[in-house]
Design a protein around this ligand. Sequence first.
Ligand code: BDR
Ligand code: CA
Length: 344
Amino acid sequence: MSARRQAVFVDVDTGVDDAMALAYLFGSPEAEVVGIASTAGNVGVQQVCENNLGLLQLCGRTGVPVSKGAEVPLSAPLRTAEDTHGPQGLGYARLPDPTSEVTSYDAAQAWVRAARAHPGELIAVATGPLTNLALALRAEPALPRLLKRLVIMGGAFDYRGNTTPVAEWNVSVDPEAAAEVFAAFSDTGELPIVLGLNLTENVMMTPQLMSSLAAAAGTSSSPMSVDDPRGTASTASDPLIRVLEDAMRFYFEFHHDCGEGYLAHLHDPLAAAVALDPNLVTYRSAPVDVELTGTLTRGMTIADWSLRWGRKPNALIGISVDAEKFFDRFISRVGAFAAALPHS
Ligand code: BDR
Ligand code: CA
């Protein structure tokens, strides 16, 4: 590759789709993942760290620093989502034991260190609750100006929630953190890209697409089906595809039980792909804020499209996506990356 690789910092609550987002970034030749912040969310923060370290081990990327974040949100008690992502966060998948450990500094410091090490060049992606980003912004208020781009998977704009009738999971777990993050971007030129459920639910992984992924990795695997017994293990010989299939099966089953079909929304991989190529999505800018006190609406993200608040826009909200282009890219990149990993 002739062009320099772009430094990418990722904040995740791994999580099935977070793991797929990381695999996408590892498989993207223009990206260099320079740090991973582990945030409590889908599972507790210690488990998120173990998942990130185990995934790096599986992907042969043990040199990427993984930092542990806060145990709990800024002021709310922690809620986790084992029903959605499995008891350890990766569905039925089992990761190898990691040989590396978390950094001596925490995830908020990791944000600040990465931004200062790559001033004006760092691409950041947050696919979990925004607890550690909010703490990083308290420690370094210049952070928004140090970043080249920030992509947040969170919120639901003019769209129902997936956690309460109006709130999306990442914002709902730590609404105070999300509110602080949106406030911090009120005075900066470069607006964060915010991908809510209104957008990410257009990106649906299916058994057919999982078969295409296995084929792209050069591995044969039994097609996944709604008729399979629950927890049927992947037969893929490729170790990464096996983990992704075993993780995805749990996610399929969850979506199926929610009445959405035997499929799964790839919220976080879309955020990773948009971080590297914002042209996958179209946007509208608006002032965004988070409801913190509503008895029924806490955690709701509100976009003031008609500028009634008299505030400047602080977000670029994704409003349409080329899902087919995304999947073509996801399958070719993750497939090629999986094929190139050593098979034991
Ligand atoms: C978000 O919630 C989590 O469960 C997923 O990993 C994703 O980041 C979608 O609401
Ligand atoms: Ca996530």
